[in-house]
Design a protein around this ligand. Structure first.
Ligand code: ADP
Length: 335
């Protein structure tokens, strides 16, 4: 659906050229929820704004739904923007218009009659669960409701792609979860391709299929969330994951110093997560184990478990081999 080929972006300012994005290649498939994570200033907004040409790219090839974005004329660009909706951190609603009027706005711009617009607005209000709020003004709504209006407005012209620029960063955790659930449902039910910018790995874990990590204008890591989240390679990615998992590095180092034996990080993915593998292997190989840290959760719909264990006594090599043979990803943290 979206292909970046050696796409780069510079801004020109008083001090000359500033490179916001180094040349990067990226593929975002139809129907994916694709996360873009990075610290402030990493180039996330820039990357996403290239997709609907809110910012033109400086070089390379950028294809959106089969079209070279750089080659579009004014009419082509208007058509592209109807196929690419966008929502924002601060919602960007028109304060003097009601909820229904905000949602109708892009339909008016697209030349729909008031009757056509009304019917579509009703559909969209139902889709985001705001039927009873149609005549309220933005100031009368909660943050979560405002973002639902933003989503309904972004979907008014039936886009295939939805760009979300820190769409949950201004919301409390409970409201964030509800908005992320809504986005996941829209992805499933409408087949909507979603590109989602965030600085929180937990947002990526909950809704994204794939993720790209940006660091100071460079794409440093990308892939399936099950790979990147569970086995982060780049130091920036590792820090994001550690933050999401609330890992206390000092406490972990102290725990390591207090236990003997081989320390392993075991990653279980999918159905294996709930099998009693560790106990079975311990019985079969005569090892003892102590749990140093652990988490069982989900990446989107996929359950995973990640345990840090110390193995003692018995046949430790055999235990490690049996875990690996059973499909557990085994990383030796201390031999
Ligand atoms: P992020 O979304 O990751 O916070 P941005 O894409 O907004 O990052 O910004 C990346 C870099 O590009 C920052 O250093 C920012 O100051 C710079 N930048 C963004 N927009 C412009 C602009 N219109 N003109 C000049 N510099 C910009």
């Amino acid at each position: 659906m979206i292909q970046f080929r050696a796409v780069h972006k510079s801004y020109s300012g008083p001090q000359g050229e500033f490179v916001a994005l180094q040349p990067l290649d990226l593929d975002i498939g139809a129907g994916e929820v694709f996360g873009v994570i990075g610290h402030s200033g990493a180039g996330k907004s820039t990357l996403v704004r290239l997709i609907n040409r809110l910012e033109p790219h400086s070089g390379g090839r950028l294809l959106v739904d089969g079209e070279e974005v750089g080659a579009l004329d004014a009419a082509g660009l208007r058509a592209l923007r109807r196929r690419v909706g966008m929502i924002f951190q601060h919602f960007n609603l028109l304060s003097a218009r009601t909820v229904a009027q905000n949602i109708a706005f892009p339909l008016q711009l697209a030349g729909r009659t008031p009757q056509q617009a009304d019917a579509r607005v009703r559909e969209l209000l139902a889709l985001v669960g705001l039927e009873s709020q149609a005549d309220k003004y933005p100031a009368q709504l909660s943050g979560g409701q405002k973002q639902r209006v933003g989503i309904a407005r972004a979907l008014a012209t039936g886009p295939k792609i939805l760009l979300c620029d820190e769409a949950t960063s201004a919301l409390d955790p409970q409201t964030t979860a509800a908005v992320l659930d809504l986005l996941a449902r829209l992805n499933r039910e409408l087949g909507l391709t979603i590109v989602l910018i965030t600085h929180e790995m937990d947002v990526v874990r909950r809704v994204c299929d794939k993720v790209a990590v940006l660091d100071a204008g460079r794409l440093v890591e990308s892939g399936a969330v099950t790979d990147v989240f569970l086995h982060p390679q780049h130091p920036t990615t590792r820090r994001f994951v550690a933050e999401a998992e609330h890992v206390d590095e000092e406490a972990q180092t102290r725990a390591f110093a207090q236990v003997q034996g081989r320390i392993l990080r075991l990653t279980f993915l999918g159905e294996d997560t709930h099998k009693p593998l560790l106990a079975q292997v311990a019985r079969a190989t005569g090892i003892d184990y102590s749990l140093l840290s652990g988490r069982i959760d989900r990446i989107r719909e996929t359950p995973y478990g990640q345990l840090t264990v110390a193995l003692l006594g018995g046949d430790i090599d055999a235990a490690q081999a049996q875990l690996t043979a059973a499909g557990v990803h085994v990383q030796v943290l201390r031999a």
